[in-house]
Design a protein around this ligand. Structure first.
Ligand code: NDP
Ligand code: OXD
Length: 309
């Protein structure tokens, strides 16, 4: 049986090489090269897989997403009802923590203001920011949100997490459920979004949510673009209700060149680079998933398709 790999053409080969380095006996087919025998495919390692294609492999038994978020995989209406696992990787987590720290600290330490002062050669110290008074809401306290929340708390920021189900995370308080959402936003100076995109989170950061944030608050979205209602965010930035936003993810991607975010003075745009999956780092868990599925063992990081993450 063979593993099918999709995704960006060049990356398909990088995944293949990383997997073969661990197990040269693997039979691997790259989607970019065509699939001579669809019945030979029993597992697929997928990203941006062409819609409808996964329904044409009669012996497919396992889907592995090439990332942490599975919204793209689940978006295919013809996706076969098969076990889906996602990646949880220390390098993915630490890269996201770096991204979140950078975005938060850039705002917290008035970096935009100092850059424009420098551009005018003006020596003008601003009031020192008080870390202990900058309240941060971490929306999503999963693999990525927890690590970012812990790193921010270690710097002295008061961090509160938000989850779907009640959770604990050391000393970091967590509020759960829809009723806790707006009250948490109302008392947060920085909101970091690390939620999965699901039916429940699509458009969650809408006009009402953004209006609930205090005047001068800041938004960091490194989750998925469709969680934010763009027109509401732009209106809040234009009016000065929000001080700014650091956005790594958009709907659609790539962000069209005419989009207002690109040139907005209060927006920092990055091209979905907060945390990239590194094939050599995740290859052992891909192999493990494959072995488990082929031997009928319980899967790790198995996605609950009802909740969508
Ligand atoms: P996890 O599945 O580990 O965690 C998701 C968290 O979100 C959990 O705490 C979960 O709550 C919470 N959550 C889910 N739905 C809701 C809801 N309706 N209300 C409140 N809380 C909710 O995900 P990861 O931390 O691994 O990844 C998060 C997302 O980050 C990914 O789905 C992906 O979209 C994005 N991502 C972005 C990258 C980038 O480069 N920009 C890179 C990698 C991922 P509970 O604990 O109760 O289950
Ligand atoms: C992911 C991503 O979900 O890269 O892993 O966005």
């Amino acid at each position: 049986m063979a593993l099918l790999i999709s995704g960006a053409a060049a990356k398909q080969a990088v995944y293949r090489d990383a997997l073969l380095a661990l197990d040269p006996s693997l039979d691997i087919v790259l989607l970019r090269d065509g699939v001579p025998d669809p019945s030979a495919i029993d597992a697929a390692l997928v990203w941006n897989h062409p819609g409808g294609d996964l329904a044409r492999y009669p012996n497919l038994r396992l889907l592995i997403a090439q990332g942490a978020g599975v919204d793209g995989v689940l978006a295919d209406p013809t996706l076969p009802d098969l076990p889906l696992v996602r990646l949880v990787d220390p390098l993915l987590t630490s890269a996201m923590t770096e991204h979140v720290l950078l975005a938060v600290l850039r705002h917290h330490r008035d970096d935009a203001a100092y850059r424009s002062l420098q551009a005018r050669a003006e020596w003008h110290p601003l009031p020192a920011p008080v870390t202990a008074k900058r309240r941060i809401a971490m929306l999503g306290m999963g693999e990525l949100g927890r690590a970012s929340a812990q790193a921010l708390a270690a710097l002295g920021f008061p961090v509160t997490g938000w989850t779907r189900t009640p959770r604990t995370c050391g000393d970091i308080p967590i509020r759960a459920g829809a009723d806790a959402f707006l009250p948490l936003l109302a008392e947060s100076d920085i909101v970091v979004c690390l939620l999965p995109l699901t039916d429940a989170t699509r458009g969650l950061l809408d006009h009402a949510a953004i209006a609930a944030m205090p005047r001068g608050a800041y938004l960091v979205n490194a989750a998925r673009g469709a969680i934010v209602h763009d027109a509401s965010l732009l209106a809040a930035l234009d009016s000065g209700h929000l001080a700014g936003a650091a956005l790594d993810v958009f709907e659609p991607e790539p962000l069209p060149s005419h989009h207002a975010y690109w040139r907005h003075p209060r927006v920092v745009v990055t091209p979905h680079i907060a945390s990239e999956t590194i094939p050599s780092s995740v290859a052992p868990q891909v192999l493990d998933a494959l072995r488990r599925a082929r031997n009928g063992l319980a899967l790790v990081n198995h996605v609950d398709r009802r909740s969508g993450y």
